[in-house]
Ligand binder design. Structure first.
Ligand code: AMP
Ligand code: ZN
Ligand code: ZN
Length: 329
């Protein structure tokens, strides 16, 4: 029989529908390789992009020239812009805020590699450090409430560029899903005097059925109320609130964990499209004993349909216990 399962943080219900009996093999998809036209993100094409905001490159090389390892550039087609004020206005009950913020692209390697999973972990550590450094940068801007780091990999995940990249969209408004998690975790903390993520990780590591990888400082789980087949959450084991508090020494292990699970995803499901995004405490929130940063990984294996859009409730045909068993290295 199928089950309704509830996410303990935001209270969202999902239907784990084993009757629909999609076998993992049926979910495996073919990814298309787009033709390799001149790619503006490749090393040597720097003049095709906006001027870099940050780069991992030897001091002997010049900005906006070759020789870099990781490059952060303003998005050429930004959803928000850096000039302006964030005073709220609106029409009657309907509120409006100017489109102020920052929209950046992190180009994650110089060569035309597409999937972060295929980059060496030591290189991915530099990529993660660049994410952290951009968070630190945006934290200095009082107009910016939240910086959301996300990756689109593959056309089905919304990617328009093939070359390995992520984006940061920094906004004066905390996005709704993070707001829901903050509210849900705050309520849990009021009732239980604990961080719900710390509690959840402890419980999951005890049980083990939904654990994909565990290292000294991180775990990757298929969450109990997974919305999608093979959904994974990467969570620090220690209570950590702000991603920008991560220290340089943390990134080697974190990169190893991330490349391991993304590599498993590619191996088990034939290189599917996926998104990942980082949920962390709002930049100016200060201490948030109820909230704990984590990275959510969503393979894009099925389109959302009417029930998901209409009700915000998801039907997942692969129990997370089965997904974790397949993904475990
Ligand atoms: P995605 O759509 O996830 O593949 O992200 C790629 C992003 O790169 C898009 O949001 C584009 O607006 C942006 N982009 C495309 N070409 C350039 C370029 N030459 N310089 C800077 N950003 C670009
Ligand atoms: Zn390229
Ligand atoms: Zn915690």
């Amino acid at each position: 029989m199928s089950q309704f399962r509830q996410d303990p943080i935001v209270g969202r219900w999902v239907i784990v529908a084993t009757e629909r009996a999609a076998k993992p093999q049926e979910i495996v998809q073919q990814t298309r390789r787009e033709s390799l036209q001149a790619c503006p993100f490749c090393e040597g094409q720097e003049e095709e992009t906006t001027a870099e905001l940050l780069a991992v490159r030897p001091a002997s090389t010049a900005a906006d020239g070759p020789g870099w390892q990781v490059r952060v550039i303003p998005n050429k087609y930004p959803a928000v812009t850096s000039d302006g004020e964030t005073a709220r206005c609106g029409w009657g009950f309907q509120r409006e805020v100017q489109g102020v913020g920052a929209h950046e692209v992190i180009v994650e390697c110089p060569q035309h590699e597409t999937n972060l999973a295929r980059l060496p972990a030591a290189h991915v550590a530099d990529v993660l450090r660049a994410y952290r450094d951009r968070f630190k940068h945006h934290k200095r801007d009082q107009r910016i409430a939240y910086a959301l780091l996300f990756k689109n990999y593959g056309a089905l995940a919304g990617a328009s560029m093939e070359h390995c990249h992520s984006q940061i969209l920094a906004t004066p408004i905390v996005p709704e899903l993070i707001g829901e998690e903050l509210a849900g975790s705050w309520e849990f903390h009021q009732r239980n005097n604990r961080c719900v993520y710390c509690a959840l990780v402890e419980e999951e590591l005890d049980g083990g059925a939904r654990v994909v990888v565990q290292t000294a400082n991180y775990a990757v789980l298929c969450p109990f109320a997974s919305r999608f087949p093979f959904e994974m959450w990467l969570v620090p084991l220690r209570h950590q609130e702000h991603f920008d508090d991560e220290r340089d020494d943390d990134f080697a292990e974190l990169a190893e964990v991330l490349t391991t699970v993304l590599g498993r995803l590619a191996a088990v499901l034939n290189d599917p499209a996926y998104n990942f995004y980082l949920h962390t405490s709002p930049l100016h929130a200060g201490a948030t004993p109820h909230y704990h940063w984590h990275l959510e990984i969503f393979p894009r294996l099925a389109q959302l349909a009417g029930f998901e859009h209409g009700g915000g409730m998801f039907i997942n045909p692969i129990p997370p216990e089965d997904a974790a068993a397949l993904l475990r290295p």
